[in-house]
Design a protein around this ligand. Structure first.
Ligand SMILES: Nc1ncnc2c1ncn2[C@@H]1O[C@H](COP(=O)(O)OP(=O)(O)OP(=O)(O)O)[C@@H](O)[C@H]1O
Ligand SMILES: [Mg+2]
Length: 333
């Protein structure tokens, strides 16, 4: 078995189904769109797509679109020529240039601003790009793998994301299932993370007790695999003996899991619009409740709340905007 397969832990049907698509996604020249909640393994999958194929000898270049300030997006992606603007003293190569022959991983593509979306669309169509201030286009051979943790279709509907770019990106797509929908993967993932953390902390073989495993399996994991990894890392760091018991598994007691579970029974199944409409409504209510709760427990501090939600500040702010929430209403003053 090659290395990339070893890094993707999980044997549930839904997980194996997406994992089995990797060689095909890697062989195709088309763009791949990976969607999934935060912490489900989107970047790990993007890397597997790159390292399982012919591009593996060339660079894998990750870029987090949410972390790029709007006015720098194009400069970062396409670079600039000398003298393109005041202060452009030397030519700067962009990430497209860096990734030539390899893969450009556009993480949180949902955060890309509209002007940059237009430019990206043009590169995807023409397989060439033009650095800022340059009159000449440059041909590139870059495989694009994009990731999103929000529903791009919703952003298309609300005109925050270009429809033509969405179709272009969505030619090949995979959706990573949330951890709560593949509970059977939890014990195996947990042992994997325990082993790694124990090695990292130079501890002897550490085991999870059966009731510790049960506690992990029963939790809803809103932060998915990353949250599981963090919880076990903490448990191992603090472990005194060789066995991790239930008491050493420290899970947050915020109400997210319960909220997810109870939202449906409160609604009537005769909701007009059927399953899709009801799902959208439940998600909408959940998001609003979650954001409000988080903001109030952080007294309206957006940076802290975003960190607690494992989201980029900008993406988090977009969510607040979507729900018309004003952080000032939650501040202590
Ligand atoms: N199936 C898996 N097997 C082993 N490790 C995994 C698996 N899925 C995720 N991980 C680990 O969990 C962590 C989160 O994964 P990753 O960064 O790929 O998630 P993500 O979907 O990109 O999250 P975000 O949306 O928050 O950026 C990483 O440390 C990754 O190595
Ligand atoms: Mg990621």
């Amino acid at each position: 078995m090659s290395h990339w397969e070893d890094t993707l832990i999980g044997t549930s049907r839904s997980f194996l189904q997406v994992k089995s698509k990797i060689p095909l996604l890697s062989r195709s020249r088309s763009t791949v769109l990976i969607s999934g909640e935060t912490g489900t393994g989107k970047e790990l999958f993007a890397r597997a797509i790159h390292y399982s194929g012919e591009r593996r000898g060339k660079p894998f270049v990750p870029v987090n679109c949410a972390a790029l300030p709007d006015h720098l997006v194009e400069n970062e992606l396409f670079g600039h020529s000398k003298g393109a603007f005041t202060g452009a003293l030397v030519e700067k190569h962009g990430l497209f240039h860096e990734a030539d022959g390899g893969t450009l991983f556009l993480d949180e593509i949902n955060s890309l601003n509209l002007p940059a979306q237009s430019k990206l669309l043009r590169v995807l169509q023409d397989q060439e790009f033009r650095p800022l201030g340059s009159t000449k286009s440059r041909a590139v051979d870059v495989k694009i793998v994009a990731a999103t943790n929000t529903d791009l279709r919703y952003l298309v509907e609300t005109r925050q994301f270009r429809e033509d770019l969405f179709y272009r990106l969505n030619i090949l797509s995979v959706e990573l299932p949330p951890l709560r929908n593949r509970q059977e993967d939890i014990p195996q993932l947990a042992r994997y993370f325990v082993k790694h953390a124990a090695e990292e902390f130079g501890k002897n073989v550490v085991q999870l007790s059966p009731d510790a495993i049960k506690k992990l399996v029963d939790y809803a994991w809103p932060g998915n695999v990353r949250e599981l990894q963090g919880v076990l890392h903490r448990a191992i760091a603090l472990a005194m003996g060789n066995v991790i018991g239930c008491a050493e598994i420290d899970l947050p007691d915020h109400e997210v899991p319960r909220l997810v579970g109870t939202a449906v029974p409160e609604m009537t199944v005769s909701e007009p619009g059927g399953f899709q409409a009801m799902k959208a409504k439940v998600i909408d209510e959940f998001e609003r409740a979650y954001l409000s709760k988080l903001l109030s427990s952080h007294q309206g501090n957006v940076s802290q709340a975003a960190r607690a939600a494992h989201k980029e500040r900008r993406a988090f702010q977009r969510l607040l905007h979507k729900h018309g929430l004003d952080r000032r209403e939650f501040s202590a003053a």
